[in-house]
Design a binder for this molecule. Structure first.
Ligand SMILES: NC(=O)c1ccc[n+]([C@@H]2O[C@H](COP(=O)([O-])OP(=O)(O)OC[C@H]3O[C@@H](n4cnc5c(N)ncnc54)[C@H](OP(=O)(O)O)[C@@H]3O)[C@@H](O)[C@H]2O)c1
Length: 242
């Protein structure tokens, strides 16, 4: 599994284990660099499916497109060499037509998967509840936190992990219904709610980044999407208790 240690990767691993599926981790920590393909030789022998939930931290178009294109091509070539019959990729709701930033990389990833020779499944999800925490850490600028202005419909990564594990067992299915969270939220509000935890009260500001981040409601669930059950506040309460 590519990205086995990431925000959603840990939940995919746990959900697959619950379903009795053995997982081979494909991360740099486990000696595999998807960007160069090093460490992939023979690693997929005996595998039935590859789930790709790896990622790169960038808003730069060139870097995002290069990462998602190369990593997908390297995975697909290794899958072909090892006789793997199912490639699953996790993508993002609403990325159609994105030409810049991280989302352009996701468009390139989907294109490589669909145009590749391995039977595939693509699940698009909205931003995870964990996304607020990821941007809270990445947006820290001295005494403040700055995040992009975004209207999102966040979903719990644990529910995305379960959906991907089910998709592994279902076999190649093409684009399956999008998965979104139960409520529409403002990203800056979510980061502020994270900051209400004891000892964490950094001021949070949001700035419009219309070129790099999707316009207004473009990231919300469309018709036919499945909705997760866990709200952001329920997720936050569970995390605070842990
Ligand atoms: N975050 C969201 O809100 C969200 C929403 C919808 C969809 N998605 C999609 O879900 C996927 C996972 O996102 P995430 O936020 O869970 O990612 P993440 O927490 O940033 O984790 C990234 C994972 O990728 C691995 N990785 C990174 N570069 C690698 C490389 N060159 N070679 C091998 N492994 C590499 C990392 O392990 P090492 O560091 O050990 O290599 C880690 O396991 C992405 O495709 C993303 O677009 C994310």
């Amino acid at each position: 599994m590519a990205g086995a240690t990431g925000a959603v990767g840990v939940h995919v691993v746990a959900a697959l284990a619950e379903r009795g599926v053995e997982v081979v981790p494909l991360t740099r920590g486990a000696g595999v660099d998807l960007l160069t393909g090093s460490g992939l030789d023979g690693r997929l022998d005996g595998c039935d499916a590859v789930v790709d939930v790896a990622s790169v931290q960038t808003l730069r178009t060139k870097q995002a497109v290069e990462y998602f294109t190369r990593s997908t091509e390297n995975l697909l070539a290794a899958e072909a060499a090892s006789g793997v019959g199912h490639h699953l990729a996790l993508s993002i709701v609403g990325i159609d037509g994105a030409e810049v930033g991280y989302y352009a990389g996701k468009v390139a990833q989907e294109r490589a998967v669909v145009g590749g020779s391995i039977p595939w499944t693509i699940l698009r999800a909205t931003q995870f509840h964990e996304f607020a925490d990821q941007l809270r850490a990445r947006g820290r600028l001295g005494p403040v936190i700055v995040v992009p202005t975004m209207t999102i419909q966040p979903v719990a990564a644990v529910e995305v992990g379960a959906a991907l594990a089910d998709a592994v067992l279902a076999g190649p299915s093409g684009r399956i219904p999008d998965l979104a969270g139960p409520r529409v939220e403002q990203l800056a509000d979510l980061v502020r709610r994270c900051e209400r935890a004891p000892g964490a009260r950094t001021p949070v500001f949001s700035v419009p980044m219309p070129r790099l981040i999707m316009r207004t409601s473009g990231l919300l669930a469309g018709p036919g999407a499945r909705l997760g059950k866990v709200s952001f506040d329920e997720w936050l309460a569970g995390r605070t208790r842990d």
